[in-house]
Design a protein around this ligand. Structure first.
Ligand code: FES
Length: 83
């Protein structure tokens, strides 16, 4: 989420600034990568339920993902709109 905001990537609204309180940083993770990411905690899972067209097994809130070197090549797409 921070990377998208700092690089003017459209489609990540992040209205709550990363507090896991809005779901407007929703993105779809490529299925090949989804299992390689840290698991969701209860707060992210609950907030994700408010995201626009969230899909179990693909959807994450990007403010809850800390980017690491191991994520080099991660493929992420965005929903048509945020909630
Ligand atoms: S920025 Fe609000 S939930 Fe991620």
């Amino acid at each position: 989420m921070e990377g998208a905001r700092q690089n003017d990537i459209p489609g990540i609204d992040a209205n709550c600034g990363g507090a896991c309180a809005c779901s407007t940083c929703h993105a779809y993770i490529d299925p090949a990568w989804f299992g390689a990411l840290p698991p969701m905690d209860d707060m992210e899972e609950e907030m994700l339920s408010f995201a626009y067209e969230q899909e179990p097994g693909r959807s994450r809130l990007t403010c809850q993902l800390r980017v690491t070197d191991e994520m080099d090549g991660l493929v992420v797409t965005l929903p048509l709109r945020q909630a």
